[in-house]
Design a protein. Structure first.
Length: 149
């Protein structure tokens, strides 16, 4: 943490770029994107493609499920970003995207959000499921304003 004795500067503020990891289209993906659009109009959905044929690529349905409804609500549609991962890696492609966004937009903060589900003892996903919001924090996810020391 760096000590600061200057007042909060609110000139030239820019909304953050919000990244949302999306594995497939689900209620979880829908809630994550909706939450991201509450934070910013600049939302990037990261869809990691693997050799696993059970994960459906979202390109074919993105317009109907996400882009169209966003435009109808008067919002810019979230951008779908596809990344390939040979070994089903999640964090390496995510961190690479955050670093790329940080380098391209040094004046903007980068926020990565994810929704997680957790289950109480003895519950199943079809019974009492609770959704909770969290944010991922690592040196690369801190945006263009953080020190990487």
């Amino acid at each position: 943490m760096v000590a600061e004795d200057q007042p909060l500067v609110l000139t030239e503020t820019h909304p953050p770029i919000v990244g949302v990891p999306v594995q497939s289209w689900s209620q979880l993906a829908s809630r994550g994107l909706r939450f991201a659009l509450e934070l910013s109009t600049d939302v990037r959905a990261l869809h990691i493609l693997t050799q696993d044929s059970t994960i459906c690529e979202l390109t074919a349905v993105w317009e109907d499920l996400v882009a169209g409804p966003a435009r109808e609500a008067g919002l810019p549609p979230p951008q779908l970003i596809l990344r390939k991962s040979t070994y089903r890696q999640f964090f390496a492609p995510l961190v690479a995207l955050v670093e790329q966004l940080r380098d391209r937009h040094p004046d903007r903060d980068i926020v990565v959000t994810c929704l997680i589900w957790w289950f109480g003892a003895g519950t199943t996903p079809s019974s009492t499921t609770t959704g909770a919001r969290c944010s991922m924090g690592c040196c690369a996810c801190a945006g263009g304003h953080a020190s990487s020391s």
